[in-house]
Design a protein around this ligand. Sequence first.
Ligand code: IMP
Ligand code: MG
Length: 174
Amino acid sequence: MEDKIRVLLTEEEVDRRINEIAEKISADYKGQSIHLICILKGGVFFTCELAKRLTVPVSIDFMSVSSYGSGTESSGVVRIVKDLDEPLDGKNVLIVEDIIDSGRTLSYLLELLNKRNPASIRLCTLLDKPERRVKKQVQVDYTCFAIPDEFVVGYGLDYDQKYRNLPYIGVVEV
Ligand code: IMP
Ligand code: MG
């Protein structure tokens, strides 16, 4: 059965916005290097597109977490499925996420990663659903798009592991 998907953000719109954000990040970190932390699996498409456009030196590491929860609600109890390969001491860490919803996953991650002595930690997300935020203290430094409270897929985001490979952001119509 094929789901019907309505386009929310076209490939061109996403592409243009990533160019802008990459330019801003490159300017903010001028003279420094950035250690990108890609949150698997959803963050992988955005991380690659962003990394290609950064003009400061970049290193990349990956982390995979799973958030216990029922249905579409994350619980904030996060299990590390794959930890980082490299230590964070003295690095300018930029966490790259696909989407920030309740903020529970990131709130947990920030606390954990802050204990590893990075020089700085900032957050960059492709999408943000500000209406859904439960963890108000989670500050997002770079947001490509704030979107309404709808379940989206594509550009790394999945519905039951499907649609991550769509080159645009869409809403699954029910
Ligand atoms: P949070 O802990 O509630 O902020 O959950 C964030 C995670 O929930 C993201 O990394 C996604 O994996 C997932 N998520 C939240 N909203 C959506 C959506 O609209 N589509 C696909 N995944 C989503
Ligand atoms: Mg997911």
